[in-house]
Design a protein around this ligand. Structure first.
Ligand code: SF4
Ligand code: SF4
Length: 276
């Protein structure tokens, strides 16, 4: 069993990521009571916090990777212990040591694919705009209103490519002047950051930011909530601020502005759920 303890390094990394809040924990256990994992299996954030306070984190344990960063327990914690940020900082240590439990082993292949091809799916960068072949989709230029950024899965997954094509069709119908940057785009980096690979996240973010600036991008339309969150809330860490809009918001805007009409009635109430 590999234990990084007594672990000055863990404590330092936790501090750097705002994880000093770990020390505020008084072990009430509310985080475990609300965590969705405990409906299907046992997982204790409270225990992770306790171990981290004493630098006794076992970095090869699967528990380090179980938190989905859903955000429930940080909202309910009476001591404002920043479980997500601090949990990610623990993963950063495991990533630095290259220690992964069996269930987290794919992280290495995903990281390699992101480094080499800018996507987590081991697909070629040059195929990033394949979904747009035969569609009325242009390359983005500065005069256009919006950069459409479909995100990795809509660019490569055969079923989700249909969503990118449908989006392009709607944008064209509404008269939106939009374009894509295809193989110049890289993954937004949100998920790899959550694995603790901060360096790779920064590299991806800088590549995208450079591409956006060089191409005169001001407004970005996204299909993925991961891209939305990252561009809007995390890229400003690099001193940039793009106008970011999610397709669900933009559609509402188009309908409200009379640029998109329904031609048929659909007699159902629909809830939009992004199935990430
Ligand atoms: S809810 Fe907060 S204070 Fe309570 S055990 Fe969890 S981290 Fe500690
Ligand atoms: S943020 Fe993580 S530990 Fe907290 S409730 Fe969600 S999955 Fe559980």
């Amino acid at each position: 069993m590999e234990t990084a303890a007594p672990c000055r390094e863990i404590i330092e990394v936790i501090k750097e990521s705002g994880g000093e809040a770990f020390n505020l924990c008084y072990q009430c256990g509310l985080c475990d009571a609300v965590c969705p994992w405990n409906r299907v299996r046992t997982f204790s954030m409270r225990k992770l916090v306790r171990q981290a306070v004493f630098g006794l984190t076992e970095i090869e344990e699967e528990d380090l990777w179980l938190c989905t960063t859903c955000g429930i327990c940080p909202k309910r914690c009476p001591r404002d212990v920043k479980q997500i940020e601090s949990g990610v900082s623990l993963r950063r240590i495991a990533t630095e040591y290259g220690v992964f439990p069996a269930s987290a082993k794919p992280v290495s292949a995903v990281s390699a694919s992101l480094s080499g091809e800018g996507n987590p799916l081991s697909e070629g960068r040059e195929k990033r705009a394949a979904w747009a072949e035969g569609q009325s989709v242009k390359t983005f230029t500065e005069e256009m209103d919006i950069l459409y950024f479909p995100g990795c899965y809509l660019c490569y997954d055969p079923r989700l490519m249909k969503v990118a094509r449908a989006t392009a069709k709607i944008l064209n119908l509404s008269g939106t002047k939009f374009g894509i940057l295809g193989s110049k785009e890289s993954c937004c980096g949100e998920s790899i950051r959550k694995t603790g690979n901060e360096e790779l996240f920064k590299r991806l973010a800088r590549e995208n930011i450079k591409t956006f600036i060089e191409n005169g991008v001001k407004k970005i339309l996204v299909s993925s909530p991961h891209c939305f969150h990252t561009f809007k809330n995390e890229y400003p860490e690099f001193k940039v601020n793009f106008d970011v809009v999610h397709i669900s918001q933009y559609l509402l805007e188009l309908i409200g502005g009379g640029k998109l009409d329904f031609t048929k009635e659909y007699k159902k109430k629909v809830t939009y759920h992004y199935p990430c």
